[in-house]
Design a protein around this ligand. Structure first.
Ligand code: PLP
Length: 374
């Protein structure tokens, strides 16, 4: 029996015991055929998660956390003399802009308020005025706030102007249904510890083969994090270029089996139950969230700190943590918030149990109920 913690942070997520135990395997050298066969199946299973046609799309595995994928896509997919545009309404898209900065790439950081969806007219105008934009990147579920960006509409514009569209789907993939064809996605990405409910250390990019093959001749800006290099090595040998996260890959194999057994629709319905239970609990206690309800991704709720001298996030966090529930600080620079997330192997009952503890914590520290706002 492994103690079960309910993680309400935005990943890693609560996992099943079967996924945890799948890591306990006989020692194996990952250069063995047996291991390559497992990764081959995994690469094709990942395409199925986003309904990608295997004749057009491929998936490429990397050892690292999800940020590596953003780095890989941006540094690998920009042709010489061209520009990147980041559609930026939150912390994770800002991270992509920072990656451009670190590589010294020409880029436009098209900023929008963190609590609003990108203005498509401005997106189109910027594309029209800058024909040298070859790569457009944004975030699907902006995990910093929980706003859902209209990627299908953005993707259509990106393609109208002949650019490539990369989408950070780290906090939506394998939760909210994604179809790369209908959603106009050239490249998407995630890490195994989020929607798939596996372990940390494995990340993957799913994207168009023809574009990856074209990128062979683009400037090489990184060695470890080059998309073509890793793809080409997989295609030629079936292996990761360098040492893979062996045990995480076993856990991910199990997690994918459980993903397909639960099914895309049922899983999304479960996350939705959890999300609704989070809102019910917050509403009852009078807490307010940041993002307009109809714009929320259904996966992250960003909650505003009450205006109460007794409110101390860390004290409330510690009280809940000691009782098996992890809550998480916010990621909005000019507003004090915390986050409750709906990912992982949890259901509405876990959220009801959480709110019993959360309410106890508020009472313990004399925080007013309903929460006070001015
Ligand atoms: C979690 C997450 C990442 C990756 O963050 P790491 O700290 O590298 O795991 C990237 N983008 C989004 C939208 C995320 O939610």
């Amino acid at each position: 029996m492994i103690k079960r913690n309910v993680l309400l942070n935005p990943g890693p997520s609560t996992t099943t015991d079967t996924v945890k135990m799948a890591q306990i395997v006989p020692d194996i050298c990952p250069r063995e055929h047996e291991f390559a066969d497992m990764m081959k199946k995994m690469r094709s299973d990942l395409l199925k998660v986003v309904h990608a046609d295997p004749s057009e799309y491929t998936s490429v595995l990397f050892c690292g956390s999800g940020t590596l994928n953003i780095d890989v896509c941006i540094n690998s997919l920009l042709p010489e003399g061209k520009k990147v545009m980041i559609i930026d309404n939150g912390a994770y898209s800002t991270r992509a802009a920072e990656i451009c900065e670190y590589y010294g790439l020409p880029f436009i950081d098209l900023k929008f308020p963190v609590d609003e969806r990108p203005d498509l007219e401005i997106v189109e105008k910027t594309l029209k005025e800058n024909p040298d934009i070859a790569l457009v990147h944004t975030t699907h579920n902006e995990t910093g706030t929980g706003i859902l960006n209209p990627i299908r509409e953005i993707g259509a514009l990106v393609h109208k102007y002949g650019a490539v569209f990369t989408v950070d789907t780290t906090s939506s993939l394998a939760m909210r249904p994604i179809n790369v064809h209908e959603d106009n996605i050239d490249f998407c990405m995630a890490s195994a510890q989020k929607g798939l409910m596996a372990m940390t250390g494995l990340s993957f990019v799913i994207g168009r083969k023809d574009i990856i093959e074209k990128s062979k001749d683009y400037p090489k800006r990184s060695y470890y994090c080059n998309l073509f290099l890793q793809y080409d090595y997989f295609e030629r040998t079936g292996e990761m270029h360098f040492t893979p996260p062996v045990q995480t890959i076993y856990a991910t194999r199990q997690a994918l089996m459980e993903y397909f057994a639960e099914g895309e629709e049922n899983k999304w319905a479960r996350h939705t139950r959890v999300f609704n239970a989070i809102h019910d609990g917050l509403d009852k206690l009078g807490f307010k969230d940041v993002i307009k309800r109809e714009w929320q991704s259904g996966l992250v709720v960003s909650v505003i700190y009450p205006n109460d001298p007794n409110w101390d996030f860390m004290k409330i966090h510690d009280y809940c943590y000691e009782r098996g529930f992890t809550i998480y600080p916010g990621k909005i620079s000019d507003m004090n918030t915390f986050r409750l997330c709906a990912l992982g192997a949890i259901d509405a009952k876990d959220i009801e149990d959480f709110f019993v503890v959360f309410e106890e914590a508020l009472k313990e520290y004399n925080v007013a109920i309903p929460a006070k706002y001015q």
